[in-house]
Design a binder for this molecule. Structure first.
Ligand code: SF4
Length: 357
């Protein structure tokens, strides 16, 4: 079963992004243009299953020991998702795959973790002969650390809170695997942007089926990602300003009112509550407001739920006046909200666990 001294075929199924896995697939003489052949049906079916699970269950299947199917499933899944061409699905899959891999990594010996880290050109060293009580197993060059940690908002990831010496950050295994998970997630996202070769018609049928499934579930999936209760503290600066203006009874222009209403509806506020919110407004007309809000919420008229304008549009209309660091990373006020509410959840979990220790 040995592929090289360190990796077995089971490892290639667990870490299918490694070049050794690509070599293994080459040995199977797998050619994309021949994917429509009956002998590859199981492989395509397996990749399809992964994507269906990703869409419907927000999870991926574990690996089996049918390596000739398991190992090539990864590039085929990547190819299918790239061909579907939906950025939401790409992100969702990359995150799930990276999380799955990270769970395997947590069980690995330091040598294997180092090997996988070396694929990403990390400058990492194992700390041997540490005192018995030491929690640190690795030291990592600070640039490699920063490359993957800046996305984390918990305080422990700030470089200033880390034990450092000679430009190297001392880390326990759990933190190294978390950083690797982020590196892998980015790597997979990049792979999903690769150009797609011309595919046989039979494969295109798989893609169309998956596109239809995704389309039927998309709105629900996006909603799932939002917190269940409205978190005003996670509002972006633009929406915070508009929200406070309404609370103060100030007048909002038509586009400002549209932006705020669509935002509030999309983060889960009920049309009734949005209507009540506007009650304090100087030019409040209950019937009219109720009609407009319900129209925007899709409960009346065209039955289409409207989305808030993108940041670009908000800027054009001069509604984006103040920005913060999160604004630099997003292009839509809802993405801001998603991001900030996730951080807030993590922060509160951190505080909770601190309170218990
Ligand atoms: S950048 Fe976007 S989210 Fe941030 S304040 Fe401007 S419009 Fe709002």
């Amino acid at each position: 079963l040995e592929v090289n001294q360190l990796l077995t075929k089971s490892d290639l199924a667990k870490y299918p992004f490694l070049p050794e896995a690509a070599n293994y697939i080459k040995q199977l003489l797998l050619d994309i243009t021949e994917l429509s052949k009956p002998e590859y049906r199981e492989l395509l079916g397996n990749a399809e299953k992964q994507i269906v699970n990703c869409i419907t269950k927000n999870s991926l299947e574990g690996t089996t020991n049918k390596y000739e199917i398991e190992i090539p499933t990864f590039p085929i899944t990547i190819m299918l998702i790239a061909a579907i061409g939906d950025s939401f699905l790409k992100k969702r899959y990359a995150l799930l795959e990276a999380k799955k891999i990270s769970q395997f990594l947590q069980e690995e010996k330091p040598e294997k973790i180092m090997y996988i880290a070396s694929f990403f050109k990390w400058r990492i060293k194992q700390l041997k002969n540490q005192p018995f009580h030491s929690v640190y197993e690795f030291k990592l060059h600070f640039a490699d650390y920063l490359k993957n940690s800046t996305i984390f908002h918990e305080k422990k990831w700030k470089l200033i809170n880390r034990h450092m010496k000679g430009g190297e950050v001392f880390l326990p295994k759990a933190d190294v695997t978390r950083l690797l998970e982020e590196e892998i997630r980015k790597y997979i996202e990049k792979k999903l942007e690769a150009e797609i070769p011309t595919l046989p018609n039979e494969v295109k049928e798989y893609i169309e089926r998956l596109r239809t499934l995704l389309k039927s579930r998309k709105r629900k999936l996006q909603q799932e990602e939002l917190p269940r209760t409205v978190l005003t503290e996670a509002f972006p600066p633009c929406m915070k300003t508009l929200y406070e203006m309404v609370l103060r009874g100030q007048h909002l222009s038509h586009i400002e009112r549209f932006a705020l209403t669509t935002f509030l509806i999309n983060v889960g506020m009920t049309p009734e509550n949005v209507t009540t919110l506007f009650k304090t407004s100087t030019d409040f007309n209950e019937k009219m407001t109720k009609y407009q809000v319900e129209h925007i919420a899709g409960t009346r008229g065209s039955r289409t739920k409207y989305m808030p304008p993108k940041c670009d549009t908000m800027r054009t209309h001069n509604i984006c006046r103040e920005t913060d660091t999160i604004c630099q990373k997003i292009r839509h006020p809802l993405s801001y909200y998603k991001r900030k509410s996730r951080t807030r959840k993590k922060d509160s979990e951190e505080t909770k666990s601190k309170n218990f220790t």
